[in-house]
Design a binder for this molecule. Structure first.
Ligand SMILES: Cc1cc2nc3c(=O)[nH]c(=O)nc-3n(C[C@H](O)[C@H](O)[C@H](O)COP(=O)(O)OP(=O)(O)OC[C@H]3O[C@@H](n4cnc5c(N)ncnc54)[C@H](O)[C@@H]3O)c2cc1C
Length: 468
């Protein structure tokens, strides 16, 4: 650590115990009984200010074989930023500058730690806007989204984040700085979604889109989920909204202005005529499925609330999150199954469905629970395993692996796993960059955690949860 301090300077490094404890978890809390299996306390937190700093840290990490764990806003809930072998947490939020704005061509180069909301703020006075952004935009970073899923608001119409990035400067585990794009080796799509195990995104050049003439939010209430779903599918067939999100159960109850069991909302953008035509079609479809469009001011309020999904947490007091990508024709079965599991385990289940295309959706569930009751919390966590088992059987896949979901990758995406392992061996022979995530998890003493054993353990927990 002294060497890191000598190279970067004292002001970039913290070994304060309290800070180290804060940095030993992300959005999701590791159950008390699981924590001792890993060394979750970092030896230090390092806050680089330049790409060269990151490269320097990676070179030292290789020399001394110290794990380095990249961290942005820590809003991801799958344990990607939790150390499992101690090591250095690389807090990237200090790299948050706008590097270059090519106003003529709508290209914006930003550092990885820039928060989405700040970028939106920067673009307010320009004629450009972001094609897509996550609903965690108020606190998540650009690099964090490149490293994880990259599906969010706007992805339905303008594609996922990957499709809207021209190039990126990355630091490889060896400390080499390279620029990657569609044609480089490795290329952007190999590194996107690699959850911080293959490279550190240092800066990214984003493709912007011109602001539309009008953006009209919409919101439709329904008396039951099946009707809302069928209506949403018809909307996808006959119109092309910017975003379309379906919400049910507790998500509805957090809103004092929503008077139905389930609703969908979103936004249509484009020129005036196009938007007007789409809105009329939407109204027609909604009526046919016995729903109704709410007045525009209510729809606008819901649209502006899209960044506050976690309001529901106050009812927990804790939440267990789960996300997977699923074919749209399986949504109803999956929602019913989640509901059934929630009833069996006496857990309140909340469901949100963000459509990615006519055929695919991102389904997000929250289970309300209480992490203070450690054993019960661990047993409750097993519900997410049951849901993912069913989602994979239905042709879906987890939306992220990290520490929590590593066991599913072999079943859901075996080829991707093999490919990631191959690139990892090539780029990171000493396994210093975010070890013990996504493709394999190792326990404190270095033993690999077999996915099957973990799976059996979680099934056991689920059995206990149902009977206790
Ligand atoms: C309320 C809420 C709403 C959300 N909505 C969405 C959504 O709409 N779409 C979506 O995809 N996700 C969503 N998420 C999940 C999460 O916010 C996103 O994945 C987000 O992009 C993570 O960014 P972060 O900066 O918080 O990353 P972190 O949580 O800090 O890190 C996530 C992973 O990426 C790695 N990482 C971080 N920065 C870098 C970097 N620069 N280079 C390499 N690896 C890095 C970390 O090691 C870790 O494995 C939501 C979460 C919450 C709490």
């Amino acid at each position: 650590m002294n060497e890191v301090i000598n190279k970067l300077g004292q002001e970039y490094v913290s070994v304060d115990l309290l800070e180290k404890l804060v940095y030993s978890h992300d959005l999701a809390v590791l159950p008390k009984f699981v924590k001792p299996l890993f060394d979750t306390t970092p030896v230090a937190i390092v806050r680089p200010k330049t790409t060269e700093h990151i490269a320097e840290i990676m070179r030292l990490a290789n020399e001394y074989r110290i794990p380095v764990i990249p961290r942005g806003g820590a809003t991801w809930g799958f344990g990607g930023t939790i150390p499992v072998k101690g090591g250095i947490i690389l807090d990237l939020t200090g790299l948050n500058r706008i590097v270059h704005f090519d106003e003529k061509n709508g290209l914006l180069t930003v550092e990885c730690g820039a928060v989405w909301e700040d970028i939106m703020h920067f673009l307010r006075e320009t004629r450009w806007k972001l094609p897509t952004y996550p609903s965690s935009a108020l606190s998540s970073t650009v690099g964090g989204w490149a490293a994880t899923g990259g599906i969010g608001y706007g992805s339905l119409k303008y594609g996922p984040f990957l499709k809207n990035v021209v190039k990126a400067t990355v630091v490889l585990p060896s400390g080499r700085i390279v620029v990657v794009d569609d044609k480089s080796n490795p290329n952007l799509s190999q590194l996107f979604g690699s959850e911080g195990i293959l490279c550190i995104f240092a800066d990214l050049t984003l493709k912007l889109i011109p602001k539309s003439d009008v953006e009209v939010p919409f919101m439709a209430n329904f008396s039951n989920f099946a009707n809302a779903l069928m209506s949403a599918q018809e909307v996808l067939r006959l119109t092309s909204p910017h975003s379309l999100v379906l919400k049910a159960f507790g998500f509805v109850r957090t809103k004092d202005y929503v008077e139905s069991d389930t609703y969908f909302f979103g936004c249509v953008d484009g020129n005036r005529y196009e938007v007007y035509k789409q809105y009329l079609t939407l109204d027609n479809i909604v009526n046919r499925y016995r729903g109704y469009l709410v007045p525009e001011d209510e729809a606008r309020r819901e649209w502006e609330e899209r960044f506050y999904t976690l309001k529901i947490k106050k009812w927990g007091p804790s939440i267990l999150g789960n996300e997977f990508i699923i074919p749209t024709h399986k949504i109803l079965d999956m929602v019913k199954y989640c509901w059934q599991l929630g009833n069996q385990a006496h857990l309140d289940v909340e469901v949100e469905v963000m459509f990615i295309s006519r055929y695919k959706a991102l389904m997000f569930q929250l289970f309300l629970c209480d992490e203070r009751k450690s054993l019960r919390y661990l047993m409750s966590a097993a519900i997410t395993k049951k849901v993912l088992d069913a989602a994979i059987k239905a042709g879906g896949k987890p939306y992220g692996y990290g520490l929590w979901n590593f066991q599913f990758m072999e079943r859901a995406e075996p080829e991707k796993k093999r490919e990631l392992k191959r690139i990892k061996r090539m780029l990171d022979p000493w396994n210093v960059l975010n070890p013990g995530k996504m493709i394999e998890v190792r326990l404190r003493l270095g033993f690999p955690l077999p996915g099957k054993l973990y799976s059996m353990f979680m099934d056991g927990m689920w059995f206990l949860r149902r009977v206790m």
